[in-house]
Design a protein around this ligand. Structure first.
Ligand code: ADP
Length: 441
């Protein structure tokens, strides 16, 4: 069993002691001494002993003194197979544990008869929350909602529910009221347990939904962009043919002015489209932004292009910290919101104003642009951020400005909100993160 021949061992003294594993040698020697010294008439010990090939194997040695002689009789029992079995069981247990406590999918085991939840892992708890883990019935209700009855019946008939898409609602994910997951259930071979596996596919499903939305937006975009590009072109073509036939100088001038108007509309649309593609695609490096300078530049540009007569611009800038952000996107946001505040002012009012408030904190900057212009009717307020949406009849704009602003704010991981009342005015509030690292440079 140990690989030694009798010659290997003869004359080697106490082989039990010399072959014992170094860690156990002391104990073996102590027991051996007691046995040899006659204090004990049997030697019984379990320890590791060196095989001829150098490895150590577990043995159980039992020696008994033979009465009236200096000899002892004994048995050596190898424990390797028992050890192996134990080790294999331990290994299996470890593997089961690491599989059970994985980070990727939730596992729940319920008792088939009582419906009691016997065990669940952390991921299952995070996905389901405590209220879904009271019993199998509660769990099925949370997973399958209206389809619960049908699916549970199907499960008991077939012993299996394979890969069902579900939208989870529960306290385990308070911050997101719905979480997408795939659920599979199977009955154990002895029909004593129900095993439920839940795979969290929230991120994947969301990006799929996002892609579908992008495709839809793209179709919408192509449709509107081509329509909006075509209509001024069409009117230019029509006006040019009139111009060719017209001899009256004032009518000709009128035609030319209308052509000019169409060209300006076209140019505006092309500019907006370029800004949109820029804000969606390009991430400029972050830089320190002086809001006072940026606002002054935006307002100065608008004074040249918009009707700024009798319009008061009130800036309130509070910038005790540097604002580190994407300056191109800040410019896009300011230009669009300010140009709208100028564009949609109310000429019926004696005094128009645009109030700009900017506050920079360590973690974020808040910019509020408020006007006392024509305002936006309640039913149109949600739509003004949509692509190509115009809420007013003037037809001056492309309907892209606020969509561009929303895209820029989203890219900066900020937020935008709107308060508005018809004839009273509108207020846009923007919050963007400040990426300042706290070091004054
Ligand atoms: P547009 O190019 O038409 O200005 P926007 O996307 O910038 O497109 O705005 C969408 C619509 O929201 C506008 O057509 C306008 O009716 C309304 N709107 C935007 N800003 C204001 C504002 N400050 N006051 C009143 N209406 C506004």
């Amino acid at each position: 069993m140990l690989g030694y021949s009798p010659e290997d061992l003869s004359g080697k003294g106490c082989i039990v002691c010399s072959l014992a594993h170094p860690d156990e040698q002391k104990e073996v020697k102590k027991l051996w001494k007691r046995f040899i010294g006659g204090t004990k008439d049997a030697f019984h010990h379990e320890f590791r002993i060196r095989h001829k090939n150098g490895s150590h194997i577990h043995v159980s040695i039992h020696l008994s003194a033979v009465a009236g002689s200096t000899k002892a009789l004994g048995v050596i029992v190898g424990r390797s197979s028992r050890e192996n079995l134990n080790n294999a069981l331990i290994e299996l247990g470890t593997r089961y544990k690491s599989l059970f406590h994985n980070e990727v999918f939730g596992i729940i085991r319920a008792e088939a008869n009582s419906g009691k939840i016997a065990e669940f892992n952390r991921k299952a708890f995070d996905l389901i929350g405590p209220e879904g883990l009271g019993s199998f019935d509660q769990l099925a209700g949370l997973l399958f909602q209206q389809e619960k009855e049908t699916l549970v019946r199907e499960f008991y008939e077939k012993g299996l529910i394979a890969s069902r898409d579900v939208a989870l609602k529960g306290k385990g994910h308070k911050d997101q009221p719905e979480r997408w997951a795939i659920v599979s259930m199977e009955m154990s071979g002895d029909r004593r347990h129900i095993l439920i596996y839940i795979t969290d596919i929230h991120e994947i499903k969301n990006s799929l939904l996002e892609t579908t939305k992008i495709n839809h937006d793209l179709e919408n975009f192509v449709y509107h962009a081509s329509h909006d590009l075509r209509s001024p072109l069409k009117s230019i073509v029509g006006l040019v043919s009139i111009l060719k036939m017209e001899n009256d100088p004032s009518a000709r001038l009128n035609c030319i002015e209308m052509i000019e108007g169409s060209i300006i509309r076209l140019e505006r649309l092309v500019n907006d489209l370029l800004t949109l593609s820029r804000t969606s695609a390009i991430d400029d490096p972050l830089s320190t932004v002086n809001l006072m300078i940026e606002l002054s530049n935006s307002v100065a540009n608008l004074y040249h292009t918009a009707d700024a007569r009798n319009l008061e611009v009130i800036p309130i800038i509070y910038q005790p910290y540097p604002l580190v952000t994407d300056v191109t996107r800040i410019r896009i946001i300011l230009n669009n919101l300010l140009s709208n505040a100028f564009k949609y002012r109310s000429f019926e009012k004696d005094a128009s104003f645009v109030r700009i408030e900017a506050r920079v904190q360590r973690e974020k900057a808040t910019i509020i642009i408020e006007d006392n212009g024509i305002g936006i009717p309640e039913e149109k307020r949600d739509k003004v951020f949509d692509m190509f949406y115009r809420a007013s009849e003037s037809g001056e704009g492309s309907g892209l400005g606020l969509y561009i602003v929303k895209k820029a704010v989203e890219k900066m991981k900020g937020s935008i909100s709107l308060d508005s009342e018809v004839t009273v005015g509108s207020k846009f509030t923007i919050e963007v993160p400040n990426h300042w690292d706290g070091v004054w440079r």
